[in-house]
Design a protein around this ligand. Structure first.
Ligand code: FEO
Ligand code: CA
Ligand code: CA
Ligand code: CA
Length: 589
């Protein structure tokens, strides 16, 4: 039956072969369906998409651009709510004749702005299958667009701090919008956590400060020129506006009237996302990556316990607790880690680590920083305590089967051979790797852990790749691991962002067992259209559906000269797709 554990955790489908096709490909026995595309109506009464006559007003009611994280909550057996992050826009694919924000029609900038944020859409199951479709009839009362105009409440210890106050918000507690939402996670209390990642690119005119420089905020113009439509994006005039982005935001998709929240207790950096795990004593831990070359991995542990069914209480869990940053130490002699990827003599890239506390909600552990300063200038505070500089920490995911935690390190072209260390063993790191963290006592509240690198990505024919010791003649190539997810059996699903540039093949969705004798047997479940990045992925609770979001199909083309025409054959439209087994089997089996 669907709820019994599978007798073997090993995926048994036949891998999709590497390709450069302009389509979504899934294994034999599976099918897929495009659920919703950029521009499709989301809100009741929204206008139909009109590519040649787009307006900001219409876009604010329609599905946004570049989908990244996908979350899904079932309402009943046949209905559910899909949350989608709209990370950013490719204006050259949206507007004919676009040549940069400086000359852009102001309405185009309004459209691009409204295409950011997120969407909630109600789905219904095609009866008895793993296929989900958009609810287009009836009230669609849950449907919602979040845009750069949506008010957010600022919560946690930094709320109201002077660094967060602006002319429009003298209290420092109410911010318009969320930006560059990349990965995310679902909480046990039914909300979405979404990471504000590369927020720096929306601002111009940053004063030359240490903090602005550490966050990539520059004095010049950004290509997007949102300041031409909304002056708050000009930091010369509104210097604190950028301090109000770079957080984990929490959204309640079950209540379309709810005010989404910026959780300052989880720090401010280029947040890839946040994924939560309950601690042994019932508190909440959130694992988070700061996606920048040589930046850090973080963990938050709540002060209070999760209480099943008490939504109001659980909505306060992320405001009090402790924020940590990770330091990792290898157990092999340094001279054995030469940057080539050759395994050290103990046969593994592995070692121990500690979570270094930066602050609690009432106490700072970083000299010269108040609690609010740690939470607003988190990178600067972390720099003081010697964390390990990682190869772009992307998505994190705890395994529901074992409690072990996995982080995707996507790549790092800037790491010199001499800068290689055991947790980041290649310099340069062209293909990325996966890190496995085993918290001491299998408790997410632990402050010490052991770790290893189970997958060193690339072409398995190359010597500098490693698949947990598995026979490399039986695995698939993988590069640029990015978003990760688990199925119930404990198989790790890995979406990639960058296989075209590093391996010359389309991005893909891979799956790999993390336990047992097939640990390391990596297979390719899906490939995405030309020049798209694979986002999502999410395997539904009942294991019958995988959602994925091919992001930026044809990203190197233009309206005039498209390189992808997915999914409709005319011009590329970032979309969300579901895939399922036609015989009703669990995904991957
Ligand atoms: Fe938006 Fe770190 O990927
Ligand atoms: Ca070792
Ligand atoms: Ca990502
Ligand atoms: Ca994930």
């Amino acid at each position: 039956g669907p709820n019994r554990p599978h007798p073997s955790p090993r995926p048994t489908f036949k891998s999709v072969q590497p390709n450069n096709l302009d389509q979504v490909s899934v294994p034999g026995g599976y099918d897929h369906h495009v659920i919703i595309r950029w521009g499709d109506p989301v809100l009741p009464g929204a206008p139909e998409f009109d590519f040649e006559n787009q307006t900001g007003e219409a876009q604010a009611q329609q599905f946004g651009y570049n989908c990244d994280y996908v979350g899904f909550f079932t309402l009943d057996d046949d209905h559910g709510l899909l949350w989608v992050n709209h990370e950013y826009t490719n204006e050259g694919l949206m507007f004919a004749g676009y040549s940069g924000g400086g000359d852009a029609d102001l309405e185009w900038i309004r459209v691009a702005m409204a295409a950011h944020g997120g969407s909630v859409v109600e789905l219904e199951r095609v009866y008895g299958t793993g296929q989900w479709k958009l609810v287009t009839e009836g009230a669609r009362s849950f449907n919602r667009r979040i845009t750069p105009d949506t008010p957010f409440r600022v919560a946690g210890p930094a709320a109201g701090h002077q660094l967060l106050r602006t002319e429009a918000d003298p209290e420092g507690t109410r911010v318009l919008g969320t930006l560059n939402n990349c990965a995310g996670g679902m909480t046990p209390w039914g909300t979405i956590l979404s990471g504000e990642e590369n927020f720096h690119q929306y601002f111009v005119g940053a004063p030359a400060t240490e903090a602005n420089s550490r966050y990539g905020l520059r004095s010049g113009y950004s290509g997007r020129r949102w300041d031409r439509v909304d002056e708050r994006f000009d930091l010369a005039k509104h210097p604190n506006e950028a301090n109000r982005f770079g957080y984990i935001v929490e959204i309640d998709p079950h209540d379309p009237d709810s005010t989404p929240v910026k959780r300052t207790m989880l720090g401010r950096f280029k947040h890839e996302g946040a994924n939560v795990n309950l601690t042994e004593d019932g508190r909440v831990a959130a694992y988070m990556g700061d996606d920048e070359r040589f930046d850090y991995m973080y963990k938050f542990v709540s002060a209070k316990k999760f209480v099943e069914g008490s939504r109001k209480h659980n909505m306060t869990l992320l405001d009090t607790g402790t924020l940590y940053v990770a330091r990792l130490e290898g157990n092999s002699p340094e001279e054995e880690i030469d940057g080539s990827g050759t395994l050290p003599s103990d046969g593994e890239f592995d070692g121990t680590g500690e979570w270094i506390p930066l602050c609690t909600d009432t106490e700072s552990f970083v000299e010269g920083f108040s609690v609010a300063e740690v939470l607003i200038h988190t990178r600067l505070a972390a720099d003081k305590v010697g964390p390990t500089k990682m190869d772009r920490p992307e998505d994190f995911e705890p395994s529901p089967a074992t409690g072990k935690v996995y982080c995707a390190l996507t790549n790092n072209s800037a790491r010199e051979p001499g800068q290689a260390d055991e947790p980041n063993p290649r310099g340069p790191n062209k293909y990325g790797h996966i890190l496995e963290i085993i918290e001491d006592g299998a408790d997410s509240a632990a402050t010490t852990f052991t770790w290893n690198v189970p997958i060193v990505c690339g072409n398995p024919e190359d010597e500098d790749t490693y698949y947990a010791g598995y026979d490399k003649s039986k695995v698939m190539p993988i590069s640029a691991p990015d978003n990760v997810a688990f199925d119930k059996q404990g198989n790790l699903w890995i979406a990639t962002d960058g296989q075209p540039g590093s391996l010359g093949i389309n991005d893909a969705l891979h799956v790999v067992p993390m336990e047992g004798r097939f640990r390391g047997e990596l297979k390719t479940f899906a490939t995405v259209p030309f020049e798209a990045e694979t986002c999502g992925p999410l395997i539904t609770e009942d294991q019958k559906t995988v959602f994925l979001a091919p992001q930026h199909p044809g990203e190197n083309g233009t309206v005039e000269a498209p390189t992808s025409v997915w999914p409709d054959g005319d011009f590329p439209r970032p979309s969300v797709v579901c895939a399922w087994h036609k015989g009703g089997r669990d995904i991957g089996t």
